[in-house]
Design a protein around this ligand. Structure first.
Ligand code: BGC
Length: 807
């Protein structure tokens, strides 16, 4: 072994307990969340961890209690089972808007019994549509062309002592809610991005502690966001609707057992916010002179505010929130302040990250702060924004001119390492600036370090690529005018993602949007949520996200429900491929192919690694069918399994007829062609080893370089290892010259680049049309690094690491 590793794989970390300690149960989760509020699953599922000091302890039985208040609602009895994840509640019917407590105890394999765990809780949101009393409200007057954010407010009085209160809230747009001037919760970009026309999430917050006895104010600020902001390139907008809106219901329970409900309705007032402009791609413009002091508190007089109108939008789409919200994470100070050759003042935060810059300033009224964001500097050291395309990524603040003022945007984010200070009152003090990373609050589950600093940096870059692009949906990139849920990128990276962070709920939610947006012909859109043209779907290796991600999630988390939920969607996707095939050959339609494969600048030297797109399509057709077979087997659908087995044989036969010579050469003699054919078992046994040799020869012919694009790359090292060429896989991994994983590292990358040569050795850039410096797809090597290089995997047919192989 050339590398030494330290591995932290949190699922397996064994805590140290005093010697005398017996087994205990800890880490209680409901639907994989800690004390969740607002679930809409009537049979929520429980998970826990067994802790103990002896080796080889296993659970042999468990018992669960569920309480409503003090009262025992359900006792599972002693259940002989080793299952400790996703155990469903099967007691009496649970009630809307109710909180429950639960605990568990377990028996181990020596039949010793743990104590009862500490109490955990879950809360169910609205289970029936009729629970919603609130009305959608919208501002009743025309808005300025710049479409500022909008504010809504309502005063109310509590006359008794409050025991608890829950705020149910969602918006058309993205919102922040406030009670008595304080932000509710810590989440960003709520209600999150889903296929709004079919699925719109609401959030539920426990807010009892925020209410005062007497006068109170419930308020919200709403901005364009994904709902009606610029989205899907350039200046497309209003994809889901034209008007911002708010829907909220506050349910207050008093100490005496009575309750009261405050709803959004005509009695609210509205106005335009000091956030004069807010776009995800372009940034925010905040004019502090327009800030209305205390607007979200009971001190405020809203007489001059506008009326709102109740609008009859359907409530049918409302669903509770399933994944972790986007939250503030790491905070970075300025590492360096630079003056570029052009004279620009540039702050370097040392890390390409996604979030925003918080800035402090002291100035006169009307003074301006203008901050532009970029991922890289050009060859000369000037600020470079061309690769952002139409995205402006610029935040502007106009000072009110009182004391020190602090600014940060609320409804937008930027992808950046560098910030150009275009305007700032007075001299720039680096202490006044900090960069705040934002991403979905997924728990970190794995990391490792080795004796090789470049590999460590690669791992760092992979994780930061994930952080910056897991913003409620898996995006391709976080900075240019795109930031879409590209299916190909997501499927390629999904297994790696699940090593680094717990992405169970993140993908479970996104897959439901995939199903929601799937065409009646089974076509899966290129991006989820679907915001491109009607026929923008059905490309091999992209839209196989429909089968690949559910299966990966099952392997990693052992959650069969994801497969059950996705089964129909998976089947429909297979049907789409069948219907677009001739004699089982999927040879129709548009395909992205092996996106961004190696292409030297001189295209005529025959070195471009072009793989036939339909050959690729046939490989993914087979792969998805294989995953369908696996899924049907897990779910006990034996008739389906038989049908898919027959289909798979036909698909592979068609592949052999069309793309393979009798001696086993593929029509495209590229690394990706051999990698896919081998990884998906497209060739008969006797032709496999020679194909692996051809792959190795090909790699050698490029001087130990890879030439694969988005589709070949994730499997390249796996195939090499499987066929006895782990040494060649290491050569590729440790290769420092382009194309390779370490080349960007040697060029100072702190995230994964979209292209192998985003910055060329002479420090010039690849084409600005398509050159992101934060694109996780090539980070898919992380899966091989964990499973083969470090050697952690499920043992044989085990799933969810119930049985682990360390090798
Ligand atoms: C995105 C990719 C995506 C691709 C489709 C690009 O614009 O950034 O990552 O998969 O389009 O080929």
């Amino acid at each position: 072994m050339r590398l030494l590793f330290t591995i932290v794989f949190y699922c397996m970390t064994l805590p140290f307990l005093p010697l005398s300690a017996q087994i205990t149960v800890d880490h209680l989760l409901t639907e994989n969340l800690k004390n969740p509020v607002g679930l809409d699953n009537e049979a929520p599922r429980f998970s826990w961890k067994l802790l103990g000091q002896r080796r080889g302890i296993m659970q042999s039985a468990y018992e669960i209690n569920v309480f409503q208040g003090e009262e025992l609602l359900w006792n599972s009895g002693k259940i002989s089972s080793s299952q400790s994840i996703y155990v469903p509640y099967t007691g009496p019917k649970l009630q809307s808007d109710s909180r429950y407590g639960w605990q568990v105890r377990v028996w181990d394999n020596l039949d010793s019994l743990s104590t009862w765990s500490a109490m955990s809780s879950f809360h169910l949101g609205f289970l029936e549509l009729t629970d919603w009393k609130a009305k959608w409200i919208e501002l009743a007057i025309p808005e300025p062309d710049t479409r500022p954010a909008q504010m809504f407010r309502k005063d109310f009085t509590t006359r008794k002592r409050v025991k608890s209160a829950r705020l149910y809230v969602t918006a058309h747009g993205i919102y922040e809610a406030y009670i008595n001037g304080k932000k509710v919760g810590e989440d960003y970009f709520t209600p999150g991005w889903t296929s709004y026309g079919k699925r719109l999430q609401y959030q539920v917050y426990e807010v009892g502690g925020m209410l005062d006895r007497g006068r109170n104010t419930l308020a919200a600020e709403v901005a364009n966001g994904w709902y009606r902001g610029n989205l899907a390139w350039e200046n497309q907008k209003d994809i889901y609707g034209k008007k911002l809106g708010l829907l909220t219901q506050l349910v207050i329970t008093y100490q005496d057992g009575t309750s009261e409900t405050i709803i959004s309705d005509q009695s609210w007032k509205g106005d335009f916010s000091a956030i004069q402009y807010s776009e995800i791609y372009h940034g925010e413009m905040y004019d502090a002179r327009l800030w209305q002091n205390d607007w979200n508190t009971a001190e405020f007089d809203d007489q001059s505010w506008y009326a709102v109108e109740e609008v009859d939008h359907s409530l049918e789409q409302l669903i509770s929130t399933y994944n972790e919200p986007v939250r503030k994470q790491e905070v970075f100070p300025v590492v360096k302040i630079l003056t570029s050759p052009k004279g620009e003042k540039i702050l370097d935060f040392g890390q390409n990250l996604v979030g925003f810059v918080m800035v402090k300033a002291l100035g006169k009224t009307g003074d301006k702060i203008v901050l532009s964001h970029s991922e890289v500097l050009d060859k000369e050291g000037n600020f470079y924004t061309e690769s952002l395309r139409a995205a402006k990524q610029q935040n502007t603040y106009i000072l009110r001119g009182e004391n020190e003022e602090i600014f940060a945007p609320k409804f937008t984010w930027q992808g950046f390492r560098y910030v150009r200070v275009d305007e700032y009152p007075g001299s720039i003090d680096t202490e006044a600036f900090s960069a705040v990373a934002l991403y979905s609050d997924m728990p970190l589950t794995g990391e490792f370090s080795s004796s090789n600093d470049l590999i460590n940096q690669l791992q760092h870059n992979i994780q930061w690529g994930q952080r910056g692009n897991f913003i409620d949906v898996p995006t391709d990139c976080p900075q240019r005018d795109e930031r879409l849920g590209w299916t190909g990128d997501a499927q390629a990276f999904s297994r790696t993602a699940a090593f680094n962070f717990d992405v169970h709920n993140f993908f479970a939610k996104w897959l439901k949007d995939l199903t929601a947006d799937q065409g009646s012909d089974g076509r899966v859109p290129f991006v989820i949520p679907h915001v491109l043209g009607e026929n923008a779907g059905g490309s091999a290796g992209w839209t196989d996200a429909a089968t690949i991600i559910p299966w990966n999630m099952y392997l990693v988390y052992g959650d069969q429900k994801i497969l059950e939920n996705q089964y129909k969607s998976m089947q429909a996707w297979i049907r789409f491929m069948m219907n677009n095939s001739t004699d089982f050959l999927w040879n129709k339609g548009f395909h992205f192919g092996d996106w961004l494969f190696y292409r030297p600048s001189d295209d005529n030297d025959g070195r471009s690694a072009v793989t036939d797109k339909y050959l690729i399509a046939q490989c993914f057709f087979a792969h998805s069918t294989q995953l369908m077979i696996n899924t049907a087997r897990v779910l006990g659908k034996s008739k389906d399994e038989t049908l898919y087995r027959a289909l798979l044989k036909n698909v592979k036969d068609a592949f052999l007829r069309e793309y393979v010579t009798p001696s086993g050469r593929l029509v495209s003699s590229t690394q990706t062609a051999y990698v896919l054919a081998l990884n998906f078992d497209m060739l008969p046994e006797h032709l496999r080893q020679q194909a692996a040799e051809r792959l190795v020869q090909n790699i050698k012919s490029y001087g130990n370089h890879l030439t694969t694009g988005f589709l070949g790359t994730p499997y390249l090292c796996h195939v090499l290892s499987r066929y006895g060429y782990t040494d060649v896989a290491f050569d590729l991994l440790l290769q420092k010259t382009y194309p390779s994983w370490l080349y960007p590292v040697t060029m100072g990358a702190t995230t994964i680049w979209e292209r192998w040569d985003g910055i060329k050795p002479d420090s010039t850039f690849q084409t600005p049309n398509m050159n992101s410096f934060n694109h996780y797809a090539y980070g898919a090597i992380g899966d091989w690094m964990y499973r083969v290089m470090v050697g952690l995997d499920n043992q044989d047919d085990s799933v969810g690491y119930k049985s682990i192989r360390i090798k």
